[in-house]
Design a protein around this ligand. Structure first.
Ligand SMILES: *[C@@H]1O[C@H](CO)[C@@H](O)[C@H](O)[C@H]1NC(C)=O
Ligand SMILES: *[C@@H]1O[C@H](CO)[C@@H](O)[C@H](O)[C@H]1NC(C)=O
Ligand SMILES: *[C@@H]1O[C@H](CO)[C@@H](O)[C@H](O)[C@H]1NC(C)=O
Ligand SMILES: *[C@@H]1O[C@H](CO)[C@@H](O)[C@H](O)[C@H]1NC(C)=O
Ligand SMILES: *[C@@H]1O[C@H](CO)[C@@H](O)[C@H](O)[C@H]1NC(C)=O
Length: 252
């Protein structure tokens, strides 16, 4: 099994009518800080070999994270298409029929001359979704939003029928410090009001390099958690008010 392969299973209901729902997935592993509030659980799978062992939510989508296999060069594209097709076929062999599979970050790392390669990857396994990165590189909401708009445009050009669930992360991509609460709040609001999206994933705390012990010890006290919970409370009308979106409480 390729050692570069990292897999994550993201829990999401496989139901008809994805377009009408807005799912917020908790893909974090901060100590004592599950988001709750209608966000859905996840499984993280560190290697392909244990897909079956960790696929504990049968029929929930599987996110494949293989950042060495992007469609950024015509010289490697055919080979990578074959490898990724093989990997998703193997994964499909051990998960329930119809379960969604998607590739983390691939859409933002596919050059326009290789969009057909991405389409081939989708046609190789059609129960597909997009999981682009929407991580934060600066304190500018406008830069963040432009980057998201750009990758959504790419996705809509490749295939505008499949769910889009961007990966967010309440830490800066560069130095891993937690982003300011107001910036996180604006990102969450932009995600909810973006009609191209079917929800999003919150990533974080999954490995010691990006969240060491000091980071873990403060993670739950950082503004993002309370802001995310307040947002979900409003979004899904959990304790008061009318729901703005459906798609909460996937495990009911
Ligand atoms: C997907 O690609 C793999 C690898 O080439 C192949 O074995 C499999 O048959 C393909 N599946 C479909 C449905 O095209
Ligand atoms: C981390 O990076 C962000 C974005 O560049 C910056 O605004 C922030 O000041 C940095 N934080 C630390 C602790 O270096
Ligand atoms: C983000 O970009 C979208 C267009 O994709 C726009 O409708 C929205 O107003 C922007 N939001 C922010 C906060 O800049
Ligand atoms: C997590 O919660 C446990 C039980 O309340 C506590 O002992 C521990 O110190 C907490 N860890 C952190 C990093 O807050
Ligand atoms: C967020 O923090 C405020 C102020 O401390 C508190 O009143 C509120 O209950 C918190 N919300 C959640 C969802 O934890």
């Amino acid at each position: 099994m390729p050692s570069f392969m990292r897999l994550m299973a993201v829990a999401a209901a496989v139901r008809s009518g994805f377009a009408s729902t807005f799912h917020v997935f908790d893909n974090t592993a901060y100590t004592n800080t599950s988001i709750g509030y209608g966000s859905s659980n996840i499984n993280w799978i560190p290697a392909y070999a244990i897909v079956l062992e960790w696929n504990v939510y049968p029929s929930y989508p599987l996110v494949l994270d293989c950042e060495d296999l992007y469609f950024t060069s015509t010289s490697t594209a055919d080979l990578y298409l074959e490898i990724m097709s093989t990997l998703q076929t193997w994964a499909a062999d051990v998960i329930p029929e119809g379960q969604i599979i998607g590739w983390y970050g691939l859409s933002g790392n596919t050059i326009s001359s290789l969009y057909d390669h991405y389409r081939s990857l989708i046609s190789n396994y059609t129960n597909h979704a997009f999981f682009p990165s929407a991580y934060t590189f600066s304190d500018s909401i406008s830069t963040w939003n432009k980057s998201l708009t750009s990758v959504v445009n790419v996705i809509n050009t490749i295939d505008n029928t499949l769910p889009i669930w961007p990966y967010t992360w309440p830490q800066y991509h560069g130095n891993y410090s937690f982003i300011p609460g107001d910036l996180w709040q604006r990102e969450l609001e932009a995600l909810a009001s973006n009609s191209n999206l079917d929800g999003f994933v919150v990533w974080g705390g999954k490995n010691h390099v990006v969240c060491d012990d000091a980071c873990q010890s403060i993670a739950g006290d950082e503004p993002w958690l309370n802001i995310t919970r307040e947002y979900l409370n409003t979004l899904y009308g959990i304790y008061s008010g009318a729901a703005q979106k459906s798609g909460s409480q996937l495990f009911n």
